[in-house]
Design a protein around this ligand. Structure first.
Ligand code: FES
Length: 107
C-alpha cells in the first residue's frame, strides 16, 4: 500500500465516481473522493501513523487493513474506537486521533 491518492480507476475499493469529499483530521482539512475509507484519506494526506500505543507510546496506523488488528482506531463524529480501515469517509466527517493512557491499575 502506498501513502498517496489513487485515481479511481486504479482503486480496488471502486469508489462511486469522482465526487470530491472533505473530512477533517484533528482540525486539518483532508480531501478525498467518495467511496474511500477514512484510512485511505488519512494515508493520502501523508500521515503514516495517527495514534500511539497506551503502554509505550509507539506509533500506529494502518496495519492489517481488513478490520482485524484495531491499530487504526480513531474517533469519528464523537464515536470512539472506529476502525479507520473499515469506515467509508463521508463528506464533513470530523476525525480525531486517539492517544489513550494506560489505566492506573495496569501500570
Ligand atoms: S488496520 Fe487493522 S483494523 Fe484497521
Amino acid at each position: 500500500m502506498t501513502a498517496r491518492r489513487l485515481p479511481a480507476r486504479h482503486d480496488p475499493i471502486r469508489p462511486r465516481g469522482e465526487r470530491a469529499i472533505g473530512i477533517s483530521v484533528d482540525g486539518e482539512p483532508v480531501p478525498g473522493i467518495e467511496g474511500q475509507t477514512i484510512a485511505g484519506l488519512v494515508l493520502a494526506s501523508g500521515r503514516l501513523a495517527w495514534r500511539t500505543t497506551s503502554a509505550e507510546g509507539r506509533p500506529r496506523g494502518l496495519f492489517c487493513g481488513i478490520g482485524v488488528c484495531f491499530d487504526c482506531i480513531v474517533t469519528v463524529n464523537g464515536e470512539r474506537d472506529v476502525r479507520a480501515c473499515q469506515r467509508r469517509a463521508t463528506d464533513g466527517d470530523v476525525v480525531e486521533t486517539q492517544h489513550d493512557e494506560l489505566p492506573e491499575a495496569a501500570r
